[in-house]
Every structure is written in C-alpha cells, then in structure tokens.
Ligand binder design. Structure first.
Ligand code: ATP
Ligand code: MG
Length: 440
C-alpha cells in the first residue's frame, strides 16, 4: 500500500475525549471514528488489525472443532419470549418495530437463535457434539459506553455455542473452548488469565472470564503469580483427548484467580505474600456452561442411546474482537505510539522513502516494496513528501514492527537502515540483505 494513496487520517493533537492510552492512540492513528455515542466506524488501518485478530480467533475456533456460520443482527422478539428473556433483559436491549409493527431486537447475544437453529435440524445424539460460532455485531445499550471500542454499544463478538447429550460431554466441550482461548490470546501476544466467574443460579465451577492485566482495566482482579509461567497448549493439542484437555484445565485452574465478584479474601490471603497479584484487568473473553437453561424451555431435545428424548446441555463462549484491539494496545505501546505484536500488525513492514523524487531512493524503495509484496508481506510504502520528522513519528505511532528507512546517503551505497519498532535497534545493511531478512 502506497501511503500517498491510502486513507489513514493521522491526528496531530491528542483527542481530548480519550481518557486511556489505547483510545487516544486508536484515534490518533486513524483506526476508528465515533459515529454516535458508543458506535464506531473502523477505518482502513483499524480494519486491518481487526481482520487479523478475527483470523486468529477463527483459526483457533476451527482447530478446536467449532464450525462457523453467520446469524443476523436483528432478531424476532418471539424467540426471546420463548426463553423468557425478552422481559428480563432490560434496557440494554435495543427494541425495534418493523413496518408491520412486529417487534424486533438488535441481538445482544444469540443463545435463543442458535437454540432455534439447533432444534430445527438436530434430533439425535449421533449428531453430537456440535459447536457453532459466528463473528457478528452485537448491540447493548450500555449505560456508560467509554474508552472507545473497549466498551462500546455496538461491538463485534465471536460467540460460540456448544451442544451435548450429557453434562459430562458438555464439560469436554467447555474444556475445548478453554484451551482454544488460551491459544488464541497467546497468539495475539497477550497473557490472559482465566478467572472463575459467577455462574448464577446454575452453580458449579464452569464459568471463566479471561482477563488481561492492565492498569486501565475495569475489573479488580486477584491471582497467584504462577500464571505467568504456565505453558500455553501447543498447536497439535488433540481436542478429542478428554483426559488430556481436562488435565490442561485442571492445571490452569489449580491456582487462585478471581475477579472482585468472586473474590475469596481468605483463600487469597493463604497465598504467600510475594506470590499474590492484585491488579486491574480487562475481560476479553467469557465462557459459560449453562446446562439446559435454554434447551428446556425452547424444546431443543435429542434422542439418546436409551431411545428417550433429552434436553441438550449447552454452553456459550464469547470473545470481543473490537475490545481486544484496544486491549492489545494497552498491553503494548510506548510514549511514541503503538507496538503491534507481529501476528496482528496492520502491516509487516513500513518502507520509508526519505526523499521521493531522488532517483536512487525511489529505485531502492520501489524494489523493496515490490519484492516484499511478492514474498507475501503486507507492506506500507511511505512515498509521501512529508518531512523526515513526520514520517518517523507516523511510523512509530502506527506501530508497524519493522521500519526500513531509505535515505539518499546510504542509498547511494545500495544500503538501507532497518529499525525494530519495539527495541528501537537500527542496523544498516544492503538492500539485498534487508530483502532476505524481511521476506522470510
Ligand atoms: P462486561 O462485563 O465487560 O460488560 P459482559 O460480561 O457483559 O462484559 P459477555 O456477555 O461475557 O460480556 O460478552 C463476551 C465478550 O464480549 C466479553 O468478554 C467482551 O470481550 C465482549 N464485550 C462485551 N461487552 C462489550 C462491550 N460493551 N464493548 C466491547 N466488547 C464487549
Ligand atoms: Mg462476561
């Protein structure tokens, strides 16, 4: 992408409305724009990051055996009347009427709709287990939308729903998502801690919030420091290995971790003081086993091996991609801007031509831009006439992991400067060497 032809509206001033660093940086880097309170457009740079986040989420959902579909944002009120939630949900739900005065709602979540899909097609335990997910906009009329897309009213959610014959099978489905989440957040460059969450009237140990530690987090969290050293399950984890997944779950839930709602001060105080971690955190994911809460009232039953009909055991599993983007920035930035983990960076490399119009600078820049593009890299080519200081500031602000600076003096020797955004380390090398290093 040539910067001169791109749409990346950088703000020079710090936006006053932004209270936290991620919101400030996302506005300054031209990633998002607020359209009305808590409702955002994702501008091209932001959209690139969001797409990469979604791709990783998808890959890990698919690896665990979940299957993607797409449900609509607008739902009929009737479904929600069946489950009883139409009246219970309260003011967070946006209720709409169509031209025939039929009540609709903008989905805040999709348990009812997925249960309806399930009951329409699945009649036998032989078709289980099943886990269906989508990545779709949700709307919740939050009282206090704030911090940009961290807490917005319209936001993207990956929500998955599992269906099993028995509670025991459902726990295995839960463990699959638990492991998929550990892998997903690790690939996003985040260390997420699963914390026991309130299961409400259902009880049990089967709801976890995945929390990223950050000073600006809205939740107060308490945990054992051991989490930092736990190993992330590998890419070739066998998701059909019931005991193996249970062992991973047991390990990750063996030490204390809870949000303030579930905090047990006595248990926390029993941890040696030097191992206690009391901090603030951002909830980026939430998984939940809720048994037959929806299948029972909505008649989602399957025939078991005993020939009888049983309501299916369900779970739901959410991740917030539009919250994850700012969460990643909260975890990874410096005074000059964002520092993207390579896995979600909007571009892999930015090629900075210091003197467009200079024949040598142009030739080297164009060669590198074309060569890296051919090698499958996402390259941003700064071919603008901006001053050097502006170019450097922009490159640092948008946080692309590698910058290649091509100035007239070194270019005359066939050399370029490669700068690592994170460490600031700079290295001069030939164009060829830079190409070989960065194309790999
Ligand atoms: P919170 O406690 O932060 O309000 P929640 O518990 O209501 O969130 P869930 O219903 O568990 O949210 O939704 C699953 C995921 O969707 C959350 O873990 C979060 O990543 C994301 N999410 C929820 N609400 C928002 C929001 N208002 N803006 C952005 N992302 C959200
Ligand atoms: Mg939650």
């Amino acid at each position: 992408m040539r910067l001169s032809r791109y749409f990346m509206p950088i703000l020079k001033e710090n936006p006053k409305e932004a209270e936290i660093v991620s919101h400030r940086l996302m506005l300054r880097a031209g990633m998002i724009r607020q359209q009305s309170q808590g409702i955002y457009s994702w501008l091209p740079l932001g959209k690139r990051v969001l797409d990469k986040v979604n791709r990783i989420i998808r890959e890990e959902q698919d690896r665990s055996g979940a299957i993607e579909l797409l449900m609509p944002t607008l739902q009929s009120a009737e479904l929600w009347q069946e489950s009883g939630r139409y009246d219970d949900y309260g003011k967070e739900m946006l209720r709409i009427k169509d031209r025939q005065e039929r009540p609709l709602l903008y989905g805040p979540t999709n348990e009812e709709m997925i249960t309806d899909i399930f009951r329409s097609y699945i009649k036998s335990y032989k078709n289980l287990p099943l886990n269906l997910y989508h990545i779709q906009l949700k709307f919740r009329d939050e009282i206090r939308p704030r911090f940009g897309t961290m807490r917005s009213r319209e936001f993207l959610m990956k929500d998955a729903y599992s269906f099993d014959l028995t509670q025991q099978d459902a726990i295995h489905s839960y463990n699959k998502m638990f492991v998929a989440y550990l892998r997903t957040f690790a690939r996003l460059g985040l260390r997420a801690i699963p914390m026991r969450a309130d299961t409400g009237p259902i009880g049990g140990n089967h709801s976890h919030e995945f929390i990223i530690l950050a000073e600006t987090g809205e939740s107060e969290v308490f945990s054992h420091k051991d989490f930092v050293n736990f190993e992330i399950p590998s890419e070739d984890t066998n998701f059909d290995d019931v005991a193996g997944l249970q062992a991973i779950f047991d390990k990750w839930t063996s030490v204390y971790a809870a949000t303030s709602e579930m905090h047990d001060a006595a248990a926390f105080d029993a941890i040696p003081e030097s191992d206690r971690l009391s901090a603030r955190g951002i909830e980026v994911g939430h998984i939940f086993y809720f048994g037959t809460k929806y299948s029972e009232p909505m008649g989602a039953k399957v025939q078991g091996p005993d020939g009888k009909e049983h309501p299916v055991h369900m779970g739901s599993y959410g991740i917030g991609p539009t919250r994850l983007v700012p969460a990643i920035i909260e975890a990874s930035h410096d005074e000059n801007g964002i520092i993207w983990p390579a896995s979600v960076a909007p571009f892999d490399v930015v090629v900075i031509n210091m003197k467009p119009g200079d024949e040598t600078c142009d030739r080297l820049s164009e060669n590198l831009y074309a060569g890296l593009g051919k090698a499958g890299k996402d390259v941003l080519y700064d071919d603008t006439d901006d001053r050097a200081g502006t170019k450097f500031a922009t490159a640092d602000l948008i946080g692309v992991p590698v910058q290649v600076i091509i100035g007239p003096r070194s270019a005359a020797n066939g050399e370029v400067e490669v700068k690592d955004r994170k460490t600031g380390a700079r290295e001069v090398m030939t164009l060829e060497a830079a190409m070989n290093r960065l194309a790999g």
